[in-house]
Design a protein around this ligand. Structure first.
Ligand SMILES: Cc1ncc(COP(=O)(O)O)c(C=O)c1O
Length: 426
């Protein structure tokens, strides 16, 4: 592998290509396509990608001033509205990029894993738009808790394969998708849904998502007259996180970016909010973590093709993770994010299930925006934020998909802030 960090996929001690022999030709072919089409804009790939983001995705997404939250927290709060991207989450940025790349590579079929169903939906939408057959693997637990997204994927004519192994969540879905890819490498591209997996996925997915922070910088200059004091984003695998942070770090710049949009901005604090779940820590005896906070409490190991921070036992067994939000429920995290935390450039923090549910209701009531449960973690962190602002929170997606879960979980907890649903009772 090359020594250049962008092209080698090594982020300090993390990253790499830990894949079975049978997948090596596929990741090497993909790394070559990434360099040519994404980094060097061969055949105008990035120009076409940017056009689809505008015309199909509806970019740029707004940066909205949240007047009521600003008053509540005594600091100017702005929201980067990825919930308004077509499909309702940031996932489309990456799905469009990878499905388009699959076409440039001459692939005839794509497979993808999904947790909350947002990446699966985004991939199904991009495949319908770009005319590419699509098959999605999704854990059985997630199929049951994210039904609206399963309907959406099917309506876009994607095959949805439920995965019954293990806890039936994202980890098992990734394993199954890897297995499919390994069997069908010749004609199939695996659209990985976050900044995880073997090189080139972490770098490539970050580059496709970097449009978030590229826009955010321009919009901050125009609307705030300055860069924000901090950017707050939730972290599952970390793709909306890296998308919201990368232009401030200077770790990605695609063709066509405005001048200076990716200059490193070390004064902007970057806060990655993990799912604190019910409590922090790993119960090694039970093989269970009641959270998904790999940056805060994880240790180094290899998962899904990359060295990174993981929730695991002392013997290296990956434990079952937990979060009320399906999209954050993952025992690992992107290798670049793990590295940036070690370097001190990104600060990891965590927010528990209860606080995330409260933030979901708070944003819905105070600003008229129903956030995804994933994004609600980032919003909840405003309760603890002590800076003076202005601060930007990345609203990675909208929460329609979470309504059943939120209503059920709020009732179980008797949350004061949750509205009563007695309208349904006779
Ligand atoms: C709306 C939303 N935000 C965040 C995430 C977490 O993924 P990532 O950490 O890759 O942004 C998901 C995952 O499904 C999601 O649907």
């Amino acid at each position: 592998m090359s020594e250049d960090p962008v092209r080698s996929g090594k982020f300090g001690d993390y990253g790499g290509q830990y894949v079975p022999e049978v997948l090596m030709p596929a990741v090497e072919e993909l790394a070559d396509a990434y360099e040519r089409y994404v980094l060097e804009n061969e055949d105008g790939f990035v120009d076409e990608f940017r056009r689809h983001l505008r015309e199909f995705g509806g970019r740029p997404t707004p940066l909205s001033h949240a007047a009521n939250l600003s008053e509540r927290y005594g600091t100017e709060v702005y929201l980067k509205r990825e919930d308004l991207l077509h499909g309702g989450a940031h996932k489309l940025n990456n799905a469009l990029g990878q499905v388009l790349l699959a076409k440039y590579m001459g692939k005839e079929r794509v497979v993808a894993e999904t947790g909350a169903g947002q990446h699966g939906t985004a991939t199904a939408m991009a495949c319908a738009y770009l005319d590419m057959p699509c098959e999605i693997y999704m854990g059985r637990t997630d199929v049951n808790r994210q039904r609206p997204n399963v309907f959406r994927m099917r309506i876009h004519d994607a095959e949805v394969n439920p995965v019954d192994a293990g806890s039936g969540t994202l980890k098992e879905a990734i394993n199954e998708t890897m297995r499919d890819w390994a069997t069908n490498v010749e004609d199939t591209h695996y659209v990985v849904g976050s900044v995880v997996g073997p090189h080139p996925f972490p770098a490539m997915v970050r580059d496709f998502q970097s449009v978030i922070s590229e826009e955010l910088r321009e919009q901050s200059r125009e609307q705030l007259g300055q860069l924000p004091e901090a950017v707050i984003a939730c972290a599952g695998g970390g793709s909306n996180t890296m998308g919201a942070f990368s232009a401030f770090i200077g770790s990605a710049e695609l063709f066509g970016a405005p001048t200076g949009a990716h200059e490193p901005a070390p004064d902007v604090d970057l806060l990655a909010v993990e799912a604190g779940g019910a409590e922090l820590g790993v119960d090694a005896d039970e093989g269970y973590a009641p959270n998904s906070a790999s940056l805060t409490t994880g240790s180094e190991g290899v998962l899904h093709g990359a060295r990174t921070k993981l929730l695991q036992t002392d013997e290296g067994q990956i434990v079952e993770s937990h979060s009320v939000s399906a999209g954050l429920d993952y025992a690992g995290v992107g290798p670049e994010l793990a590295h940036l935390v070690d370097e001190g450039r990104v600060t990891p923090v965590s927010v528990g299930d209860d606080a995330a549910l409260e933030a979901f209701h708070c944003l819905s009531r105070e600003e008229g925006i129903i956030p995804a449960l994933e994004s609600s973690h980032a919003i909840a962190y405003l309760e603890e934020y002590e800076g003076e602002g202005p601060v930007v929170v990345n609203v990675s997606g909208r929460g329609d998909k979470d309504l059943d879960t939120v209503i059920e979980e709020s009732a179980e907890r008797d949350l004061d802030v949750a509205p009563s649903m007695e309208v349904f009772e006779q």
